[in-house]
Design a protein around this ligand. Structure first.
Ligand code: OAA
Ligand code: MG
Length: 645
């Protein structure tokens, strides 16, 4: 192994300025995220090959970045000087990092998932990069590798085995992982995402092999900036963060919630085209109140009950501050699967200072609104003609309710207080009514309308006569036969959305919805269900999942350089998604387009979101590109292999 931090090498590569651990010479402008290890690079050939790899890496950073990162600009944020990648460079100290510039080749190249191509390294690359003998003779194409992996994955009986195979692939050959996922999205989404990711989180400790993402626990209090610097990539554009307290509808899974940010970010890349190197999954571990996990010898998190109050708030605040200091104000932070009692407060607190959104409150709302708008093509009329009843009044329930009210208010010019009255929510104590107002949590209060108390959902249906029933309770099998029949007796085409995840928590199955409504329900669920045959007719349920929205929303925010998320952007995303439902989809009774077209859909969502950011004066990437859809498409990461000459 040779050290590559030598001036001759730097001159050749044209890289100037980085901290050399041996000399201690710190120069201001160094390429912040080049981190490669030199192995087997001997003499001139080694240096030449190393130079090629570094150039490739820099080119990739520039190319990827020219569209959606901050390479060209050298902005000043909050009065602090930044280097050319938009990172703080106000003091020399800032540049002390635990790694240095170096280049992978040979054995280590095969073990670097960002660059590894496995059998797809061609003869020349094998010669040039010390791979001779480290691979069997055959050279396989990327396509053949995809075919083989899909064949292998299909051999596994259990979804969890498929999940493990996919995670292993992600850690071995990133571009193969993404090609597989993009080309087989319908088949693999239920593996890397809901429902299987839920099971993976529950068993995360025992299936844990290689850590993915960044774990920030109470032990790291006071040191979060340092912890962020341990992450190998510096040019971060999206963070998905959870504290694991409400993982899907499965409850508190503590540190094992990490599967969720990892899964969500793989969708940012596969579905939204955000480069994997700019995605950072984070789990904040403040303990867990899950006794089973606390007593599980394989549990990977802190073995203590959850910190709350000031201790919790301080850790979160240190985290939010550190993120902005390290990555600037344009890094997108997606809050995911926090419990209600923190989710709303965090969003309110940081919504005005950071580029943040809560996927469960706002992402889910945007996707459901899109489905409801599209559903008007099947039921006729407008959104304002409907009455909505929710089972569940947490993040998803109240988030969706508010966005529907906002949209109706925009469409009809009626005040928000009026449009909210079309929407009713049932929680664990029954219908939310004004007599309960005093005891309600703040996010439920806007939904406490005048009505006598009702305890049971089915009685609320009979009294309110909703045209739309939405389940966000996190409790499975709560849309009973009686409930669905009540909806079907009131409506010719009842709209029934069973949104809780994973499948075990779904309020009803697709089969139940179609059968109990005699094939009349317009149905979608949060987790996927297979098509259902009922009385000789095939019914294809839609998947009302925020995965339709967040990848495109994120891309739109990044490519416009947005500094805040605004409700109008969520409405724009929703509108873009609804527009992507085709006549052909409607003919099948679908209110969402299939996931097969998701990259095209994401580009449209990104374009509308970016347009809104420009319109609202929240975009910083100027001038505004003329054709935002084309621009979004041109920004998207593609997992084709690079050639290493
Ligand atoms: O992850 C999903 O499938 C949707 C979601 O955000 C949740 O259920 O919390
Ligand atoms: Mg979620």
């Amino acid at each position: 192994m040779i050290s590559l931090n030598r001036s001759s090498f730097l001159n050749k590569t044209g890289i100037s300025g980085f901290r050399s651990p041996s000399s201690g010479a710190a120069l201001r402008r160094r390429p912040a995220s080049v981190r490669v290890v030199a192995l087997g690079t001997n003499g001139r050939a080694g240096e030449r090959n190393a130079a090629v790899l570094v150039e490739n890496r820099l080119k990739e950073m520039r190319e990827g970045s020219s569209a959606i990162a901050d390479v060209e600009s050298k902005p000043t944020v909050g009065g602090e000087v930044q280097d050319e990648y938009g990172h703080d460079a106000s003091t020399e100290e800032e540049f002390v990092t635990p790694w240095c510039l170096s280049v992978a080749s040979g054995y280590s190249l095969l073990r670097d998932p960002h660059h590894n191509k496995g059998l797809a390294f061609n003869e020349k690359e094998r010669d040039a990069h010390f791979l001779r003998g480290l691979l069997p003779p055959t050279v396989a194409s990327h396509e053949l590798q995809v075919k083989k992996m899909m064949h292998n994955i299909r051999q596994y009986q259990l979804p969890l085995q498929k999940y493990m195979a996919m995670m292993d692939l992600q850690e071995r050959n990133e571009r193969l992982f993404y090609k597989l996922l993009i080309e087989n999205v319908e088949e693999l989404l239920p593996i890397v995402y809901t429902p299987t990711v839920g099971e993976a989180c529950q068993k995360y400790g025992s299936i844990f092999m290689r850590p993915q993402g960044l774990f920030i626990s109470l032990k790291e209090k006071g040191k979060i900036r340092e912890v962020l610097r341990n992450w190998p990539e510096k040019n971060i554009q999206v963070i998905v963060v959870t504290d694991g307290e409400r993982i899907l509808g499965l409850g508190d899974l503590g540190c094992q919630g990490m599967g969720i940010p990892v899964g969500k970010l793989s969708l940012y890349t596969a579905l939204g085209g955000v480069r994997p190197s700019s995605c950072l999954p984070i789990t904040i571990d403040v303990g867990t109140n899950n006794e089973t996990l606390l007593n599980d010898e394989f549990y990977i998190g802190l073995r203590q009950r959850r910190a709350t109050g000031q201790e919790y708030a301080e850790l979160l605040d240190e985290f939010m501050t550190a993120v902005k200091q390290n990555y600037g104000e344009k890094v997108l932070i997606q809050f995911e699967d926090f419990a209600n009692h923190n989710a709303f407060d965090l969003l309110a607190k940081y919504g005005t200072t950071h580029l943040v959104f809560n996927d469960d409150i706002q992402g889910t709302a945007s996707v459901v609104l899109a489905g409801l708008v599209a559903a008007q093509n099947l039921v006729g009329g407008t959104l304002a003609d409907h009455r909505f009843l929710f089972l569940g009044a947490g993040e998803a329930g109240t988030g969706i309710a508010e966005l529907i009210a906002l949209e109706i208010s925009k469409q009809t010019n009626a005040p928000l207080e009026e449009t909210r009255k079309k929407i009713w929510l049932v929680d664990s104590k029954g219908l939310i009514v004004s007599s309960r107002k005093e005891s309600l949590q703040h996010f439920k209060k806007p939904w406490a309308h005048e009505h006598e108390p009702i305890n049971e959902l089915v009685d609320a249906i009979k009294a309110i006569k909703p045209t739309v029933l939405i389940g966000t309770s996190g409790v499975g099998r709560t849309f009973t036969k009686e409930v669905v029949e009540a909806m079907a007796s009131i409506n010719e085409k009842p709209i029934i959305l069973a949104l809780s995840n994973p499948t075990s928590q779904s309020e009803c199955t697709a089969k139940e919805a179609y059968t109990w409504s005699q094939g009349r329900a317009i149905f979608a669920s949060g987790s996927p269900f297979p098509p259902v045959e009922y009385e000789g007719k095939l019914f294809v349920p839609g998947q009302a999942n925020n995965a339709y929205i967040f990848p495109g929303l994120g891309l739109g925010l990044i490519m416009s350089g947005a500094i805040r998320v605004h409700d109008d952007m969520l409405l724009a995303a929703s509108e873009a998604l609804a527009e992507q439902v085709s006549e052909e989809n409607f003919a099948k009774g679908l209110i969402f387009p299939p996931f097969t077209n998701i990259r095209k859909i994401s580009a449209h969502i990104a374009a509308k979101v970016a347009a809104k950011a420009y319109e609202l004066g929240l975009a910083t990437r100027l001038p505004q590109p003329k054709d935002l859809v084309t621009h979004a498409e041109s920004c998207m990461y593609s997992p084709v292999y690079r050639s290493y000459r």
